[in-house]
Design a protein around this ligand. Structure first.
Ligand code: ZN
Length: 471
């Protein structure tokens, strides 16, 4: 049966159409009908249909934005269901305001065949987020033989990547770009020169030396990015650099874009906000500085906290600044979480032995909002980097409140204070260096195709809607 839903009274923000106004938004049959500020206009639009109208009044201090789009999510299923499942990852997405998540293929089996991709899509049916699979560049992500790329795109792959590891062979990368070009999807690289990085576990530099940990140098990322950009220049194929972490990488992408190369790039919240000093328990960098400006001093963390271990590693304050500058000037297109959930066993060990990764879907918004009051990351840029910009980069047809679009919506209170408590995550991965931090900005409600899939007013951590249907 047809239904109509009017969301009334919140600040409606959609950077893709330069929209920022307190008003109403009307949803019918899972799609956005219209938005505006005039109550009579809402009544008139609602009267166009016989369908019953439900009106939800929202505080004017709350923000209604397009549901967030994540270009980089690890859902771990099939194969690593102890870390995450498609259902639990999608619930985490809904709690974080994400309605479209592009999942990486480093599962077991790897998403390198139509069978596995179909399996992922079947498991994602009815989940509280749209799951858009990224298929592997090489069979088994072993870097030797290309996957059946045309077939995978036909089956629904939105991009190709061997993420978790780089494409070591320049020959194979060239082939991948040549095959992907006519398919209209980007090739996504995890830039890591394995010869240079070796067994590095944290940023190569003074902190690593002090802690006695093996370094993962910035140049290990930049060398591979530079190689790839040369191959993009040769092939003309669309290319996307995952999780940029260094100032030098930002410069490379900036120059490539200036030359007109079809490249896009993403940055994670943790690379924007945290530095390698966190590995030593010293909390410096943009997040700590922003909280300090509000009078909040963070207690020192623990040394060798494996929750700070991530690939690529947390870098220096100068890198954070360069990444932010790249985001602001459009060099970096999107903020992506690189949500990488792990079990406690994966992290409860020596630093060198621990798994790389941060569970990021449920903390992304609040951590990034710390920068808003500092003026360093304008609110509109932040929302654009979570919605219209990632959608445009990969042509995903998401991240918008335009009439006719799917009613995928994130509603959040940018001022609500809360303490990060991983035990309350919907994600099975509780691995975050932000545990215990007092942040502000909380998702109140998430809608997917017009259906409320998360409502913070319900019991904390539970999602309503169809999410539970995924077994
Ligand atoms: Zn990666």
């Amino acid at each position: 049966m047809t239904q109509q839903l009017a969301l009334v009274g919140a600040r409606i923000v959609d950077p893709g159409q330069h929209l920022d106004e307190v008003g109403w938004l009307l949803v019918r049959d899972g799609r956005i009908v219209a938005h505006g500020t005039d109550a009579d206009a809402l009544a008139a639009r609602a009267a166009e249909s016989d369908a019953p109208l439900r009106t939800v009044e929202l505080p004017a201090s709350w923000v209604l934005a397009p549901g967030f789009v994540d270009l980089h999510t690890h859902l771990r299923e099939p194969g690593f269901e102890g870390k995450e499942t498609i259902a639990s990852g999608a619930r985490a997405a809904a709690r974080g305001g994400f309605t479209t998540i592009c999942c990486m293929p480093n599962t077991n089996p790897v998403i390198d065949s139509r069978t596995t991709l179909d399996y992922v899509l079947a498991r994602a049916k009815g989940a509280p987020a749209h799951v858009r699979p990224i298929a592997a560049i090489s069979k088994g992500e072993d870097g030797h033989e290309l996957s059946e790329m045309a077939e995978l795109v036909e089956a629904g792959a939105v991009a190709f990547s061997d993420d978790g590891r780089p494409v070591h062979s320049s020959r194979l990368m060239r082939l991948a770009l040549e095959y992907a070009a006519p398919l209209g999807v980007p090739v996504v690289e995890h830039c890591q020169d394995e010869d240079l990085v070796g067994s590095g576990v944290m940023n190569e530099g003074a902190v690593a030396t002090m802690l006695g940990l093996r370094g993962w140098p910035a140049v290990g990322e930049e060398v591979m990015l530079a190689r790839d950009l040369a191959l993009v220049r040769l092939t003309g194929a669309r290319y996307h650099a995952a999780h940029l972490s260094t100032a030098g990488s930002v410069d490379l992408i900036r120059a490539a874009k200036a030359d007109g190369l079809p490249v896009t790039a993403e940055v994670t919240p943790h690379h924007l906000l945290l530095t390698d000093s966190w590995v030593a328990g010293e909390r410096t960098g943009p997040l700590a500085a922003a909280l300090a400006a509000e009078g909040i001093t963070l207690e020192p963390g623990i040394r060798y906290d494996t929750n700070t271990k991530v690939n690529p590693p947390l870098r220096t304050a100068a890198d954070c600044e360069a990444l932010l500058a790249g985001l602001l000037d459009g060099t970096i297109d999107a903020i992506a979480t690189d949500h990488a959930p792990h079990t406690q066993v994966d992290k409860d060990c020596e630093y060198g032995e621990a798994a790389f990764g941060i569970s990021g879907l449920e903390t992304a918004l609040a951590s990034l909002l710390t920068l808003a009051p500092t003026g360093k990351l304008p609110f509109e840029t932040l929302i654009a980097a979570l919605t219209s910009r990632p959608s445009r980069a990969w042509r995903l047809n998401a991240g918008t409140l335009e009439p006719g679009a799917a009613a995928d919506i994130a509603i959040f209170d940018p001022d609500e204070a809360w303490t990060i408590d991983p035990e309350r995550f919907a994600s099975r991965g509780h691995n975050t260096p932000l545990a215990g931090l007092p942040l502000r900005g909380r998702v109140r409600m998430t809608l997917l195709d017009g259906v409320v899939v998360y409502d913070a007013a319900d019991e904390a951590g539970k999602t309503a809607g169809t999410g539970e249907a995924v077994r």
